[in-house]
Ligand binder design. Structure first.
Ligand code: PMT
Length: 405
């Protein structure tokens, strides 16, 4: 029984797929889960609380203020009780209300009040599902670490065909089993991981700077993946427009020198260092104190080399396992191998940033990962997926190094 001792709160919204929720409760219980059910007011139009009570073995909650619960705070108790909250079906209306943070009904309030993971199983008419409003809401929820399970595609109760069918109870149960299995896999527990991400900015004068197109997406994805594997993560970030991944310690920096200073202030505590930032190689020799006025037809900026943060870390006496990135536009593998050796790295992840749709400021990427006596290609996929694959390689290499000592 894969869900023994797991406490799962099933939230049911009002929609035709509600009939599947009863079976979901049964399937979760068959795997050993302790299941409690919360229903929205409209869900009760489709299925009676009595059915869910009989299947779960607990009274069904549907009211924000529950006089029978201790201190009349049923929603907080339930929010604390759950190891996982599954909303199935999750209607377009529920998704919109959760995105807006509305605590107007028990089912949305719980999702806001809980510190436990929340998974939602969308179910709605296919046109409603593909509507920009619903897609935007789902993307926002994803960024807030809400798990989106489904929907499936196929014929719908309304007679249309397309995406919007709630996943089958068996599939949702399998996802719940996988979820708990994955959350117990914490190979980086107790390890400190520092990641640099985003661009640096090198001032020209008080209003101008030199920088590059790094969005921070790759580095942030690695930070999130390392945290999910149990690491204490410090993310030293250049200026980007991204939300800080949950439970990650973010330190904001600006210039390369600024980044170096932050990195070195805590590097002794780190087990792994990953340099994903696109650090400017050069800075302006003389930063003007006043805004430079437009006068001559041409102007020259004298540039001087910035410190190499990655090489500095890799040459420390008790260096952490040090991973660099190489952003190349030609001879990708050859140049990356050169950087691996010259900078004394344990591993380097090379990306071809000349290929459209990957590298700088894209959602996808592909990496060629190289270490002293081996290499592996990680083909094009989302940066989220790639971050997990890269960390897996790092974990394997660190295990290998430990066992061979
Ligand atoms: O941020 P995104 O939009 O998601 O894009 C991701 C990315 C393309 C920026 C990322 O995948 C990447 O390739 N990061 C490294 C970019 C880079 O500066 O590459 P490089 O080949 O110039 O530098 C090699 C390594 O030295 C890098 O690890 C870099 O962080 C490090 N470096 C470089 C110069 C310097 N002064 N200090 C450094 O630490």
């Amino acid at each position: 029984m894969k869900l023994s001792h797991k406490k799962i709160l099933v939230g049911i919204c009002g929609g035709i797929a509600t009939y599947k929720s009863a079976d979901l409760v049964r399937k979760l219980k068959e795997q050993g889960a302790d299941v409690r059910v919360v229903m929205s007011q409209s869900a009760k139009e489709f299925i009676t609380p009595l059915t869910l009570q009989a299947l779960s073995g607990y009274p069904v909650s549907d009211s924000l203020l529950d006089p029978s619960a201790e201190a009349a705070m049923g929603h907080i108790e339930l929010a604390r009780w759950a190891d996982l909250v599954i909303i199935a079906p999750a209607t377009a209306n529920f998704i919109a209300r959760l995105t807006a943070g509305m605590a107007d009904e028990l089912i949305t309030t719980l999702c806001i009040a809980t510190e436990s993971p929340v998974a939602i199983c969308p179910a709605m008419n296919q046109q409603m599902y593909v509507h920009a409003a619903t897609q935007d809401n789902l993307n926002t929820l994803k960024q807030r670490d809400v798990h989106i399970w489904g929907p499936a595609s196929g014929s719908q109760a309304c007679g249309e065909v397309g995406p919007g069918r709630m996943l089958e109870p068996l599939d949702i149960t399998a996802l719940a089993c996988d979820f708990f299995k994955a959350s117990e896999y914490l190979p980086l527990q107790g390890k400190n991981v520092m990641i640099t991400a985003g661009p640096t900015r090198e001032a020209i004068d008080p209003v101008r700077f030199l920088s590059n197109h790094s969005s921070g997406k790759m580095g942030y994805a690695i930070a999130q993946a390392a945290q999910a594997l149990g690491a204490n993560v410090t993310l030293v970030s250049g200026p980007v427009a991204l939300n800080t991944p949950t439970h990650v310690n973010r330190v904001d920096v600006d210039s390369a020198e600024n980044m170096l200073e932050s990195v070195l202030s805590d590097i002794k505590e780190q087990d792994i260092f990953i340099g994903c930032a696109a650090v400017a190689d050069y800075k302006v020799e003389q930063v003007a104190t006043d805004k430079i006025k437009k006068s001559a037809e041409t102007m020259q900026l004298e540039l001087t080399r910035n410190p190499d943060i990655l090489a500095t870390v890799a040459n420390l006496k008790d260096k952490p396992f040090t991973v660099g990135f190489a952003a190349e536009t030609s001879n990708v593998i050859e140049y990356a191998k050169g950087k691996l050796e010259r900078k004394n790295l344990d591993m380097i992840a090379a990306n071809d940033v000349a290929i459209q749709g990957q590298g700088f400021n894209a959602d996808n990427n592909a990496l060629h990962v190289i270490w002293t006596d081996g290499q592996q290609s990680l083909p094009t996929t989302s940066k989220t997926e790639l971050a997990q694959q890269l960390l897996q390689l790092i974990i394997e290499r660190m295990d290998h190094n430990e066992n061979s000592h």
